[in-house]
Design a protein around this ligand. Structure first.
Ligand SMILES: [Zn+2]
Length: 333
């Protein structure tokens, strides 16, 4: 059921079946034109929930523009389905380029080959090939492409001025939307409660985690009365949560650095298996494969952070990338 949060502002609850994120919060700002913020996966359950709740509110899609906070399929999946002629589908320029690349198979082949170099087997990657939601449940290609937005762009809907804040980290072009007059921040996957946003390594981004931590500082002091994250019902204090998220990553960085120092020459996959995760699996072998994919991506973002700051280094040995502490590395050479 759609929930009215304020006059002209609705939260739509979109279930993400079988996904540990559990749900997506879509938001609808109504007015002369409407703005729908994020959409859910391109799958029947999301479609049904979206259609029903838009109908309940009485939203006319012919007067509805769509704002996608970032490229992930749980946010973008239904955008082409919901788009009507003459309406806009907004996404940051950076994420638009990457989302459009997702339709090229060679991008995925390259990505998967790099995960094999980092310790996955081809058998695992072949299984993931047809089941990865990033690849399978995204939007169909959009005629005319996305309407690209930059940091600082301002949109006006329902009497609200909404400023785009570029917050790279979770994706390289992640945007938060800030309504300063009413103290409303749509934080999407930049600041979540109860769960922590997944920060992965991105092709062509040297230090995604460093970017993310900087992006937390960019928003944490904003005056906010209503903080609206993209998953789960929980919300809370922005500054406090930003500090908790920073502490969470500091702990994880320590954890990774210690593992590399104690066991030189492990792959990112092996390091991930020794790190502490909050998932309910008895051990690394029992981790569901899709969760392994995200966990290794996250471990790699932490290894990149350590590497950029001269704490660890890597070498390619027989087709696998192996990590060493800088001190250990000197010893090995
Ligand atoms: Zn996301």
């Amino acid at each position: 059921m759609a929930e009215q949060l304020a006059p002209g502002l609705w939260r739509l609850n979109i279930p993400l079946e079988g996904n540990p994120l559990k749900n997506l919060n879509s938001f609808l700002i109504t007015g002369e034109r409407n703005l729908l913020i994020d959409t859910g996966f391109n799958q029947p359950a999301c479609k049904r929930a979206m259609d029903d709740q838009l109908r309940e509110i009485g939203a006319d899609l012919n007067r509805t523009d769509i704002f996608l906070t970032h490229l992930h399929s749980d946010h973008t999946g239904l955008s082409t389905y919901l788009h009507r002629p003459g309406c806009a589908v907004f996404l940051s320029g950076t994420d638009a380029i990457r989302r459009e690349e997702y339709s090229h198979e060679e991008i995925w082949r390259k990505k998967y080959a790099s995960y094999v170099e980092n310790g996955f087997t081809w058998e695992e990657m072949n299984w993931l090939w047809d089941s990865n939601p990033a690849k399978m449940e995204g939007p169909e290609p959009l005629d005319g492409g996305f309407d690209r937005l930059d940091d600082g762009a301002v949109l006006e809907y329902g009497g609200r001025k909404l400023r785009c804040i570029l917050t790279p980290g979770h994706t390289p072009g992640h945007l938060c939307l800030y309504d300063a007059c009413n103290g409303v921040l749509f934080s999407s996957d930049h600041v979540l409660f109860h769960i922590t946003p997944n920060i992965c390594r991105w092709e062509g981004v040297p230090d995604a985690l460093g970017d993310y931590l900087e992006s937390l500082d960019k928003v944490k002091d904003l005056p906010v009365k209503m903080l609206l994250p993209a998953h789960r019902e929980e919300t809370g204090d922005l500054r406090q949560r930003a500090e908790e998220l920073k502490a969470h990553h500091a702990h994880r960085l320590d954890n990774a650095e210690r593992i590399v120092a104690e066991s030189p020459g492990l792959t990112a996959y092996e390091i991930t298996g020794r790190m502490q995760w909050s998932i309910r699996a008895r051990n690394w072998t029992e981790f569901p494969l899709t969760q392994k994919f995200f966990a290794v991506g996250e471990a790699m973002a932490h290894l990149d952070w350590l590497e950029v700051r001269g704490k660890v280094t890597h070498r390619l040995e027989n087709g696998k990338i192996r990590y060493y502490s800088i001190d250990n590395h000197k010893g090995v050479d």
